[in-house]
Structures are given as C-alpha cells and as structure tokens.
Design a protein around this ligand. Structure first.
Ligand code: 2NE
Length: 270
C-alpha cells in the first residue's frame, strides 16, 4: 500500500492511505517555514479531513529529514503579521492551531529534524507526537521579535510544567528528542528510518477504537484547558448525540407537527 494524492496545493502535500490522511508542509528549502498561503492550505486540508467520514486519523508532518517546520516564514513577515498574495498581514496560524484542537479526530505530529517557533506550537497542539531521533525542539520568538502567548505558552505550561515552559521561552535553546520525551512534550522517539512506520502503527491502534469515545476524550481534555470555548466543543458533541436520540427527535417532530411534545415516554437514567 502507498500514499494516494487527495488534492493538489502549492505549499503542502495532501495524501491518504486507507483511513489515514497525511498533510505534509512541502517547503524543505525553507525548513518548511509557513506563509499565510501554506497555513490556508493546511486549514483547507484539515477541514476536508473533518468532513470526510472515511478519514479517521490525520498525520501532520514536514517534507524531508531536516525539519518538521521552522515556524513563520520571516521573509514574508510584514507589519503586524505574515503577508500573502492579498497583501494582508495576518497570523492565520492561530486559526490552524484552533482547528487542530477542535477537529474531532486524532491528529498526530510526525517530527523529523527541526520543530521550531510557530512550527513547534503546531506540534504541541497535535494530540500526539512521534519524533525521529534526529528531532530538535526550540522556541525562538524572543530572539526574532515574536512570541506565542496563547497555546504556545499557557498550554505548553500545562503540558511540560511552568518551570520548563519558562525555560523554553526565556533561553530559546534547542532540546533533543530524548530531552523532549523526558519532559512529556512528545510521546515517542524512534530511529529516523522507522518514524512513519511507527506513526502509522499508532494510527492503526487508534483506528480500532470507538471514534465517538476518542472524540469525547479529546473534547473533554480541551474543555479542561480551553475554558468556555472548550466547553462549547464537548457541549456540541453532546448535542450531536442528543440529536440522534428518539427524545431529541420528538422535540423536532412535535414542532413540525404543531403539537405538544411528549417527552414522558423517554427514560430518565439515574
Ligand atoms: C530551523 C533552523 C534552526 C534550521 O537551521 P539550519 O542550520 O539547519 O538551516 P538554515 O541554514 O538556517 O536554514 C535553511 C534555509 O531555510 C531558511 C534559512 O534562511 C535558509 O535559507 P538560505 O540561507 O538557504 O536561503 N529558513 C529557515 N527557517 C526559516 C524561517 N522561519 N523563515 C524563513 N526562512 C527560513 C534555522 O533555520 C532557524 O532558526 N530558523 C528560524 C526559526 C524561527 O525563528 N522561526 C520563526 C519563529 S516566530 C513564529 O514562528 C511565529 C510566532 O512566534 C507567532 C505566530 C506565528 C509565527
């Protein structure tokens, strides 16, 4: 079996193998730095994965062995954000971070080489991270006049602890895959040659599990960290399930039939 192309883009590859989709940032000459176009294409591909019921897990990675992603492309950084063909300066990678958080399917980062700056935050917000033994993790914001004080800071502190998160941002040092693993920043380190095989093995394990159970676990952990926006996700999932119930449908049907609803016949579980 091999990867099949789903859709052509300028800056990313979008492929699938069975129920697994793979989104690859394809700018290796820039260590897979992203521009607003790269990010918009990733948003489009993730939305495709969200809507396609035959896709059960999503891998996010970078082309080549040298980098997962080196963050925002500094050569298109303008006044207030990163600038694309529409000449608007934007930080649309924040929308992508949020989409990865709310998409109700597991997203696994597959990291080879550098995971840096805004690229390392993308790795962070993925549900799981499998890294090659050549992976290196680093925040550079305070060196290059930038920062991510959202998921990149508050959520990072939840994942690796406050002392470690401050160290990461204040010193801007690189961390090896083993060091990142020790911190709980990533899930597993494997030899470079095995990283895709291992990532697919994790996908296969997850795909044998109940997608609804996985969806609720992801939403519940988001609810704990994302405040009312997180609650909204798990609440929306509850509404979705309620809409599939006879009790939920009775409310809709009664309205459409212009009668009073009869909810008495539905069980009141303890
Ligand atoms: C990634 C890293 C550590 C790799 O180092 P090395 O030595 O392996 O490669 P090199 O030679 O630095 O990079 C290869 C080519 O890629 C370009 C370089 O300029 C170089 O180009 P040439 O000299 O061959 O023409 N390149 C690499 N990263 C780039 C980038 N981010 N933008 C544009 N070109 C890039 C090393 O390259 C590095 O430290 N890169 C910069 C990392 C960085 O500071 N990223 C931005 C952080 S801020 C951010 O991402 C952000 C945020 O904080 C908040 C919101 C949104 C974004």
């Amino acid at each position: 079996s091999k990867w099949e192309n789903i859709k052509d883009y300028q800056d990313i590859l979008f492929e699938r193998m069975g129920k697994v989709a793979k989104i690859t940032i394809n700018r290796p000459e820039k260590r897979n730095a992203f521009t607003p176009v790269t990010v918009q294409e990733m948003i489009d591909a993730f939305n495709y994965c969200r809507d396609d019921a035959s896709i059960g897990a999503i891998i996010l990675t970078g082309q080549g062995d040298l980098a997962f992603c080196s963050g925002g492309d500094q050569s298109v950084r303008g006044n207030g954000g990163y600038v694309g063909p529409d000449h608007i300066a934007r930080l649309n990678v924040l929308d992508l971070q949020h989409l990865i958080r709310i998409i109700p399917k597991p997203v696994i980062a597959m990291v080879r080489g550098w995971s840096v700056g805004g690229g390392n935050i993308l790795q962070l917000v993925c549900d799981l991270t499998i890294a090659a033994d050549n992976a290196k993790f680093m925040q550079t914001g305070p060196k290059v006049g930038s920062f991510d004080a959202g998921y990149g800071s508050a959520y990072l502190a939840r994942v690796i602890g406050h002392k470690r998160a401050k160290e990461v941002w204040f010193l801007c040092k690189p961390y090896s895959a083993d060091e990142a693993f020790q911190m709980g920043w990533i899930n597993k380190v494997v030899p470079l040659a095995d990283v895709e095989k291992e990532t697919l093995a994790w996908c296969d394990e997850i795909l044998k599990k109940s997608p609804t159970a996985i969806r609720f676990i992801k939403a519940a952990m988001n609810a704990d960290t994302d405040g009312i926006a997180g609650l909204q996700q798990i609440a929306g999932d509850s509404t979705m399930l309620f809409y599939t119930s006879d009790e939920g449908k009775e409310g809709r049907d009664a309205f459409l039939e212009k009668r009073d609803p009869d909810f008495d016949k539905y069980p009141k579980f303890p």
